[in-house]
Design a binder for this molecule. Structure first.
Ligand code: SF4
Length: 372
């Protein structure tokens, strides 16, 4: 499929909905649920996932799943990969890879660090891969008969699905990406009264997610989510601290030495590419880290370019903070806060994926290792 065709994802999605041979499967990023309400004059930072499910079903989607389920899979794979790297000492520091703009930045400006990027796919691409394999098999249909749509915070996510080697199906694993803003505009065009929609639960196959999956949408969330599961993998016992709270702000570089019982690891995060550059230059100058999270947008996906539009000179900082708080509050209230405690995730590994970073999980949920 050519990139050009994807310049009109709304038309493509509506065409797929009207095609009786296709089953349209959607999923909403964590950042989408705390921002969509702004387009309809609602309070900033409210977690409106139930309304989003109803909205997509009203448009004609057949299934609506929780992308946070796929984020839990990303956490499982990334923590297993990081544990292996810490044990072997290879490809450290481990660099997160769930933000395609950041990945592109490393590939272009720091090619000598490409091999340090995690091979684990982003939640969007893991969702596509698992839909076009496991879910198609479960339904007894051809993968091509599923049209997979992700509601995401930026256009970089639209390009990510076209990356060489990322797809496991014959076509694209994710057929279309709609930004939060595009979906909000579509709902308005269709006169769907988002404010007064009732809540609907996610469809059950991929409907359960941990609080760790939820915080993927904000700066510091990926690192924190991965540490919760890494701790369990390295120590084989319950972790003492659920909230590492390395960074819950918008700006800068944060770093810390984390004690995981007998092991100490040095972690850092950079919010925005300007800060990433500073951190990478420190690395090149010889500083040592074990694990680094970078999100290209200051504050993470809650500040993506595909989110609700404001005038150019409008200070969005308070809004972005409220969106992030909405995600962290959801995590705090979650009954499951670690990806490895999610029963649906455990079952998927048992019946289909095998061991994290091995078996079928390795071939479906990872990119080939990049060479520096
Ligand atoms: Fe997109 Fe920004 Fe999130 Fe990166 S941090 S995935 S560029 S919204």
């Amino acid at each position: 499929m050519e990139i050009k065709e994807q310049e009109k994802p709304v038309e493509q999605i509506l065409k797929a909905i009207n095609n009786k041979k296709l089953r349209v499967v959607g999923a909403c990023a964590p950042s989408a649920r705390v921002a969509m309400g702004e387009m309809f004059g609602m309070e900033v930072g409210l977690n409106l996932k139930g309304k989003l499910v109803t909205a997509l079903k009203t448009l004609g989607f057949d299934d609506v799943f929780d992308l946070d389920f796929a984020a839990d899979l990303t956490i499982m794979e990334e923590a297993a990969e990081l544990a292996d790297r810490l044990i072997s000492g290879k490809n450290l520091p481990h660099l997160t890879s769930c933000c395609p703009a950041w990945v592109k930045y490393v590939e272009k400006f720091y090619p000598e660090l490409k091999g340090n990027l995690s091979t684990t796919k982003s939640p969007q691409q893991i969702f596509g891969a698992i839909c076009k394999t496991y879910y198609a098999e479960k339904l007894g249909v051809e993968p091509d008969s599923l049209f997979v749509v992700c509601i995401m915070p930026c256009l970089a996510k639209r390009l990510e699905r076209l990356k060489a080697g990322i797809n496991v199906s014959r076509g694209l694993d994710v057929d279309a990406v709609l930004t939060v803003r595009e979906l909000g505009d579509l709902l308005k065009q269709r006169n769907i009264d988002f404010v007064n929609l009732a809540d609907t639960a996610f469809d059950s196959t991929f409907g359960m997610a941990s609080g760790a999956g939820v915080i993927f949408g904000t700066s510091g969330g990926v690192l924190e989510a991965a540490l919760r599961t890494l701790s369990q993998r390295l120590n084989k016992n319950s972790i003492k601290h659920l909230d590492y709270q390395i960074n819950r702000g918008l700006d800068g570089i944060k770093e810390r030495v984390i004690e995981l019982d007998t092991r100490k690891i040095k972690v850092a995060l950079a919010s925005g590419l300007n800060n990433a550059k500073i951190l990478l230059d420190r690395l090149k100058a010889g500083e040592k880290f074990d694990f680094i999270e970078v999100m290209a947008c200051p504050g993470g996906c809650v500040n993506g370019t595909g989110m609700p539009l404001y005038p150019r000179d409008f200070d969005k900082t308070p809004l972005v903070k409220k969106r992030a708080k909405g995600l962290f509050d959801t995590d705090l209230k979650s009954s499951i806060r670690k990806a490895h405690d999610n029963e649906q995730i455990k079952n998927l590994y048992k019946v289909y994926l095998g061991e994290p970073n091995k078996d079928r999980a390795k071939s479906l949920l990872h990119l080939p290792e990049r060479k520096n």
